[in-house]
Design a protein around this ligand. Structure first.
Ligand code: UTP
Length: 297
């Protein structure tokens, strides 16, 4: 019987330089889409996938994240007194059971791989998920839940993947798919390699790795061994690629859903528009407003 995936690491220790000056004072993960911070979307997705333990790898200046998941007794008392039960209900999704959430400091931003490695003692000897909250995935079903279900069948390590245009491969880790080893599931593909940020002519496929992973404890051991890679950072991609070198299965999972790169300004704006249009209270009015803006442009 395979171990259940019950722990997720949220590496949020990056500096968010693409959103300066805002990120000088506000962690990127606290920026909102309509009314909820990016991190709340990730937590909801994780909960739907059955995650019970939430491990945040944070850094200096990220205290707002810890406050966000804390109880807010004065606010709750006021809302209760004013009979604002709907808002009270909304607040509930931000409360965490004591002991279910942990914060670890990454003392120096040495890369995503290093951030994940910082959580090694909390993960122990179990498979775990890694979620990057700045990748927001909209869809009928939680992307991580889809991956957990596929993982229960396949085992190994798994990365979420999506097709990108040839010009975009240089911004992602890209999968090299082993066509000779079909999995019998159209969404699941065995990888025989991974290349970090290849140029268009050199990419082995158009399948980019995005910010959802299910990893085995062995990946932590690889992170122990590998040195700095691209950008002089310790790369998670390199530690996963080492799995393939050790003849351990690594899969790409083509999830069902639409991913927004909220770590970039353009992606964040696209997500804001999409989530506003999908919002039952705002959608119709906002659609009319956008039509007017475009007509007058
Ligand atoms: P990014 O590459 O988006 O970097 O990191 P960033 O610092 O967040 O943003 P920019 O590029 O400066 O604008 C991808 C993910 O890895 C985490 C980030 O917090 C983000 O969730 N990360 C990155 C760390 O936790 N530690 C690091 O040392 C680097």
């Amino acid at each position: 019987m395979r171990n259940k995936v019950s722990k997720a690491i949220f590496p949020v220790a990056g500096m968010g330089t693409r959103f300066l000056p805002a990120t000088k004072a506000v962690p990127k993960e606290i920026m909102t889409l309509v009314d909820r911070p990016l991190v709340q979307y990730a937590i909801d997705e994780a909960r739907e996938a059955g995650i019970k333990e939430f491990i945040f790898v944070t850094a200096r200046g990220k205290n707002a994240l810890e406050d966000y998941f804390d109880n807010a007794p004065e606010l709750e008392t006021k809302l209760r007194k004013d009979g604002k039960t709907e808002l009270l209900e909304t607040l509930k999704s931000t409360n965490m059971e004591s002991g279910a959430i942990a914060y670890i400091r990454q003392h120096k931003a040495m890369g995503l791989g290093h951030a994940v490695w910082c959580a090694r003692r909390l993960v122990g000897n179990e498979p775990f998920a890694v979620m990057l909250p700045d990748d927001v995935i909209a869809g009928d079903r939680s992307c991580l839940a889809q991956m957990v279900e596929a993982y229960e069948e396949s085992g190994g390590s798994m990365v979420a993947t999506m097709e990108v245009s040839p010009e975009q491969t240089k911004s992602y880790g890209v999968l090299d798919i082993d066509e000779s080893d079909p999995t019998g599931d159209d969404r699941l593909m065995r990888a025989k390699g991974m290349v970090e940020k290849p140029n268009p002519g050199e990419a082995p496929s158009n399948l980019a790795v995005i910010g959802r992973y299910i990893l085995t404890p062995n990946v932590m051991q690889n992170l122990n061994k590998i040195g700095r890679g691209a950008g002089n950072e310790i790369q998670l991609t390199d530690a996963i690629a080492a799995e393939i070198g050790q003849d351990r299965p690594v899969y790409g999972y083509k999830f069902d859903g639409k991913r927004y790169d909220c770590g970039s300004k353009a992606g964040y704006l696209e997500a804001t528009v999409a989530f506003a249009l999908a919002n039952p209270e705002l959608g119709d009015g906002f659609r009319d407003y956008l039509r007017q803006v475009v007509a007058n442009d």
